[in-house]
Design a protein around this ligand. Structure first.
Ligand code: PNS
Length: 172
């Protein structure tokens, strides 16, 4: 179906990448051809756990099987990343109306200041609950999130939280 050469920018914190993100990349490749996945710093989310280098390494390992995907890092605005990596527009995934509110405001602002447009794809219904923040929190306390993330991410989570105890509810 797709014969175009459109390249889209998929920016995110990816701290860490989860299966919902991978789905958005796959949808982007199917719809547009090429997706440049860019690990960006999100100033409103300072409490992450992985460095940009670690996020890029996990993205690269997790997406290497997708021929239309490439991985980059950028410090700055998403619209400047769109210029830097020669992308036609920005791609975002929407899980719910909360995402829509935030993304719509960013999309309008980005278009207003740069002319760079944003398109959305709906996240898979069985993955709308996925959130990097909750994955981090559960992994930190020893919970099993390996089915929610690509294998390279599961390995990294096990590396940085090697002996995180599972709370038992007992204080004795
Ligand atoms: O995965 P996230 O944390 O939801 O991704 C948000 C991100 C990093 C894509 C967003 O915060 C962003 O675009 N940050 C770069 C700074 C920027 O462009 N700010 C202007 C927004 S209108």
């Amino acid at each position: 179906m797709n014969a175009s050469t459109t390249t889209v920018l998929y920016p995110g914190s990816f701290d860490p990448l989860h299966r919902g993100h991978v789905d958005v990349v796959e949808q982007g490749i199917e719809l547009f051809g090429r997706v440049v996945v860019v690990a960006l710093h999100n100033p409103s989310k300072p409490s992450g756990v992985f460095t940009i280098d670690e996020r890029v390494a996990m993205l690269t390992a997790s997406l290497s099987h997708l021929r239309g995907a490439s991985v980059e890092r950028f410090h700055g605005l998403a619209i400047d990343a769109a210029t830097e990596f020669n992308t036609d527009f920005i791609l975002k995934g929407l899980r719910n109306s909360g995402d829509f509110e935030i993304e719509q405001q960013m999309a309008h602002t980005n278009y207003s200041v740069s002319g760079v447009r944003t398109v959305y794809v709906p996240c898979r219904p069985d993955q709308v609950f996925l959130s990097s923040r909750f994955i981090r929190e559960i992994a930190q306390y020893g919970g099993d999130v390996s089915h929610l993330v690509p294998a390279p991410v599961a390995s990294e989570l096990a590396r940085i939280f090697p002996s995180a105890p599972r709370p038992t509810g007992s204080s004795s």
